[in-house]
Design a protein around this ligand. Structure first.
Ligand SMILES: C[C@@H](O)C(=O)SC[C@H](NC(=O)CC[C@H](N)C(=O)O)C(=O)NCC(=O)O
Ligand code: ZN
Length: 339
């Protein structure tokens, strides 16, 4: 913004810059990366998610100096799927899930079969399979060992079985406007249910049946919710954390972590709160989650196959056709020379 005798010109250049960053948001190719929440027993949750919900354990990360461990689970590798990041804080075995968190959605081809498996494994079913009230989609609700609700939705094959994060909000239009303007999300669907006194809005970066979506629920007359301390945040990929933070500020969001490098990991981050206080974290999308970049190295007798399972296509070429020893050498070589 240049100096001038009248504020109008300065104002015009500022608003032009603001318009530019809001326009940039619509062009930034964003993706929901993972959802983060706290659990009281990591192995108990991993067992339930892998045996009852068919997820894979993608990686674990122990940070003893900060007394917590993460575990990442999902239906495919992190560089192409929306996944779950569990957090276990040493010595904390229980959390208050609060009233604002609703559920995670899992798309399955046969809800009844999945519910029967969960029952056989001793899981808790809180709503038997059947058409959703006021609709036709067959759903069921279950609870995981910590009490987090999972909605099972009957759908055909999908690239993204982990398909929803449902949060309750106090003003649906305020939230829709915020997620459209600040996050560049699209309003994929809005459905009012006067009979059951609620309205939902599906927000996301692509069609509901192929992408994870943020399901915002407004219950008539309820303007705020206790958020508890279990649910943490959603992480979203962006090409520029600085412009992302600017757009969030311009849209009335609160930046809780100024944009900048994340010490120790080669990426950049910013964090914000939406109008209801729900947190999102933004990570530079070029961050690669594959084994080579995450420096996960294991002296595994099937080293090559093990790393290949965790590796993204960008690096897989490096290991193709190599023996375990060669793979190990490549692994270190690529890491030492990572761009
Ligand atoms: C679209 C699908 O993913 C849903 O989650 S709709 C499920 C429906 N939701 C609500 O009722 C929301 C309002 C509720 N008061 C709340 O705050 O959760 C639901 O849970 N239906 C229950 C049923 O038995 O159909
Ligand atoms: Zn739902």
């Amino acid at each position: 913004m240049g100096f001038n005798a009248t504020g109008n010109i300065a104002h015009a250049s500022t608003s032009a810059a603001q318009e530019n960053v809001l326009e940039w948001v619509k062009k930034d190719k964003r993706r929901m990366l993972h959802v983060v929440y706290r659990v009281g027993d990591l192995d108990r949750t991993i067992k339930f998610y892998t045996e009852c919900l068919g997820m894979k354990l993608l990686r674990r990360r122990d940070i003893p100096e900060e007394r917590y461990t993460n575990a990442f689970l999902g239906y495919g590798p992190e560089d192409s799927h929306f996944v779950i990041e569990l957090t276990y804080n040493y010595g904390v075995d229980k959390y208050d899930i609060g009233a604002g968190f609703g559920h995670f959605g899992i798309a399955v081809e046969d809800v009844t079969k999945t519910v029967d498996l969960i029952k056989a494994k001793g899981g808790k079913v809180t709503r038997e399979p059947g058409p959703v009230k006021g609709g036709s989609t067959v759903i069921a609700f279950i609870e995981d060992p910590d009490g987090y609700k999972f909605e099972l939705l009957e759908r055909g094959p999908t690239p993204e079985p982990l398909c929803q994060v449902m949060l309750r909000v106090g003003d649906l239009d305020r939230s829709i406007n915020f997620y459209e303007k600040a996050f560049g999300m699209e309003l994929l669907r809005k459905r009012d249910n006067p009979e059951y006194k609620y309205t939902i809005a599906m927000m996301g970066y692509g069609p509901e049946d192929k992408n994870a979506v943020l399901e915002l629920t407004y219950n008539y007359g309820v303007s705020e919710y206790d958020k508890g301390n279990g649910y943490a945040q959603i992480a979203i990929g962006t090409d520029d954390v600085y412009k992302t933070a600017e757009a969030i500020k311009l849209s009335g969001g609160k930046i809780t972590r100024e944009p900048g490098p994340l010490p120790g990991i080669n990426t950049k981050i910013t964090a914000c709160l939406d109008p209801d206080g729900w947190k999102s974290v933004w990570l530079l999308k070029s961050l690669c989650f594959c084994a080579l970049c995450l420096r996960i190295f294991t002296f595994h007798k099937k080293l090559h196959e093990h790393i290949a399972l965790l590796i993204c296509s960008r690096h897989l070429r490096v290991l193709e056709g190599k023996s375990d020893v060669e793979a190990g050498v490549c692994f270190f070589y690529v890491n030492l020379n990572r761009t």
